[in-house]
Design a protein around this ligand. Sequence first.
Ligand code: MN
Length: 348
Amino acid sequence: MSEGDRFNPEEVSKRGLLFGLPYTIEEASLVIIGVPWEVTVTYKGGTSNTPEQVLLASNQIDLFHPELGTPWQKGIAWDPSLMFLKKHSNNYSPIARQYFDVLERTGADPNRSPELLNVAKNLDVANNMMLTKVKESIQKHLDAGKLIGLVGGEHTISIGAVHAIADSKPISVLHLDAHADMRKSYAGMKYTHASAMYHISEHSNVRSITSVGIRSMSPAEFEAISQKEKVSLFTAHKLWTNLFAGISWEKLVDNIISTIEADDVYITFDIDVLEPSLCPSTGTPVPGGLSYAHATFFIKQLVKKGKRIIGFDIVEGGNKFSFEIDLIVNLLFDLSCWTIHSQIEKSS
Ligand SMILES: [Mn+2]
């Protein structure tokens, strides 16, 4: 059946379908998985609401991509099978909140308190369960030959996604973020949003990590990055300094892309890489970020340079029915179109 028989892209599209598109998961070349998880969020909450809100707002998208046309005709579908995680996240989130509150109020080191360490261990069990579910889901879609995208949820979810893909082939990771997320562990926990990139970098099939837009890290995180040869760091400060000196964004981007080793690239897009005015309800905003145009031009150049996007996630989105959700919807559409297009570019 052709699209024309099932829906009309010129008309009001149906709410509850991703971008209003009628494809089933079986028909789609790209599957978008919602992962509503926030258990290790330490500051402003709400990111577990993002997947549902993005899905509901996504039918507002107009279906002609100005640069790519209609790559969505290869099929994009929403996979709701991990939306049940919200219930578990809601159960664990108050425990985590209370735990972080104790740490912040008392300044206690959880590694020196058996009682606190026990809470951290229980939260780790929950995070591990989530990561196993993410890995299983992605494995299933990869076996069926699908491309995948994730809508989070906190950054921790990316560990499961990258590990699932890297288990089968060498990949590079493009990491757009305000934060380094390079802690080996955080607050007594192994898997947290602040340690996502550390655990991703530990996978032997992750050949390189290119971190862009970073402007918040601890001394130990900087040390860890310096010691890991596979990680290339491009701080926001360095980018702005070069831009202010008159070097073009295109030149800078091409230089950054040259540090990406593998042809197959996974993009982890933490929304807080953008200027906070664009994402005011993200969990840990930091001023001095990129514009939407800087970020999407980067994705375009990546594909132009012959890289193939094999998967992506958008994480740390906010919790309001607001412009931020619309921004994520647009970013999801852009990333989806470029991901599909990058396969065509490669095979032609
Ligand atoms: Mn971040």
